[in-house]
Design a binder for this molecule. Sequence first.
Ligand code: TXA
Ligand code: MG
Length: 311
Amino acid sequence: MISSSVEQAVSQLLQGNLVGIPTETVYGLAANALDEKAVASIFAAKNRPHFDPLIVHCSSLEEVKKYSTEFPAPLLKLAQHFWPGPMTLLLPKQPFISDLVTAGSPLCAFRVPNHPLTLEVLKSLPFPLAAPSANPFGYVSPTTAEHVENQLGEAISMVLDGGPCSVGLESTIVGWENGLVIYRLGGCTSEEIEKIAGVKISRVQTSSSQPAAPGMLDSHYAPKKKVVMVEDWNNTHCDCNQGFLFFGDQPFEAYHFRNLSEGGNAVEAAAQLFKFLRELDELPIEMIYTQLLPEAGLGRAINDRLKRASA
Ligand code: TXA
Ligand code: MG
């Protein structure tokens, strides 16, 4: 069921049930982060392996401080600047945050999302919300309430409809290991992060066959159709059985296509990416041909998702 009632969402979450929640990045599949049974039902609904830890969503920085034991100074600067926003921080957790949430890690991922309805929900609840993206494991993340309802509607009690996600890419995951480490590229750019933290990023560790974060799995965020990366459109022929995902100036007329941003704007492209991948996935085509964006700002995170979708 899709509804825009905050009261109804709060009531379901108080009962330990699962609710799809809107955030500025992507929709989440939320439950009481302090209730192991509720957390376990998230893994079941998503068909998600238990080694894949969850992000804990809080209403404010003050609340995050209650659930963590330590806040390295550069990460605190990031929190103060970017929260509420598309930034997730890995911090040492209090023992009362279950190991199920963190997959046994002493670090927990925290985020204050920037969506008015979800912030209202979080402020009304006496607990934070554990929430992965509300898609079946490995598939493209949802950016509308309908995406969630279509794929997980049967497993959850409701989806809180907050409209389409404004950012459209998952949060950037940042931690501190004697230096700033990026574990997932996302809605906050590396350029902004270095400027605000006042230190250089020492490591970007976003790909691995034995990942610390499954968002790091090489094939993740993938549609069902095969995605093929094109380096030079001049060598590609338009074929009605194929779909195309363009960015900026279009190289040729195509029958099945989407353009992430005709004006070549990476912010607009991010907001459209997952919706367009889903739409192309539903078309009567065999493959989706796409291209990388210039490797700067949000383009980096978009390219990361495109490469994983094509892996
Ligand atoms: O934008 C977002 O971050 C969205 C919205 C709903 O907040 N959430 C999201 O969650 O993308 P999910 O579960 O799809 O991706 C979270 C990533 C996973 O790859 C997970 O492995 C990593 O965060 N992660 C969570 N807790 C972690 C931890 N304690 N240590 C390392 N990685 C962690
Ligand atoms: Mg996800």
